[in-house]
Design a protein around this ligand. Sequence first.
Ligand code: HEC
Length: 236
Amino acid sequence: MLRYFFAAFFLVTCAVLALAGFRGQKSGLPPIEIFPDMDHQPKYQPQHPNSFFSDGRSARKPVSGSIPLGYSLSGRFLQSGAKNGAPIVSGEGVVASAGFTNLPDYYNTGSMGKVYGDGLPLNVSAKLVDRGQERYNINCAICHGRTGHGDGIVKQIGSWATVANLQDARILSMPDGQIFSTITNGKNTMGAYGPQIAVEDRWAIVAYLRVLQRAQNGKLSDLTAEQRKEIEGEKK
Ligand code: HEC
């Protein structure tokens, strides 16, 4: 009996040594790849030479007039960088708007400590809401639909069942800060839009979403007697 035990012990020791014993050893040979996945692709690494272009570089210059992410043209709506100190002017009318800040305050996170805050930290104006409408239609409507009912083109064609209906009671009562945070960080299958949409624009979208929700949930009783008469007059 003991003989078998020793034989098994010996075999197990060899197996463990064979599997783990050579870990950390250095070798000049290429590693054995069982699943190469997409490790090897025909591509140029940054700063590598390339004989295809006459200047011999693989990296191309940005198209003239390109605006770096987080910057905006001076005189345009987004100039929020001026808030946290003077804007950084970087030549040719391009101003660093610092539209992509990540300070831990309510304006940048939608949270106050560990809880979501409610309320917009910007002055709500028609200009802000218009901007929000434009940004919403560009960034959100493809999935959530122009009215927020979760029936955008992606939902219709991609039959993506989990796209949220933003007119749900749950989202009607969701704090503004949580919606801001959802845009910034994403939620489950929804990706993060923080890297694409500047902070001020995210709040503009929240403001517009509130307008959409109000518009879809209006009641006749919200109107004054005079306004109701006016509508009834129109019906006739
Ligand atoms: C590519 C599709 C897509 C886009 C674009 C998109 N969303 Fe979503 N969104 C989703 C999906 C899917 C969910 C549901 C995620 C889940 O909980 O599984 C969701 C959920 C939400 C929720 C609910 C979050 C919660 O806590 O339940 C809010 C609010 C929201 N989105 C707002 C927005 C806003 C505002 C934009 C535009 C900036 C946007 N979404 C852009 C797909 C998208």
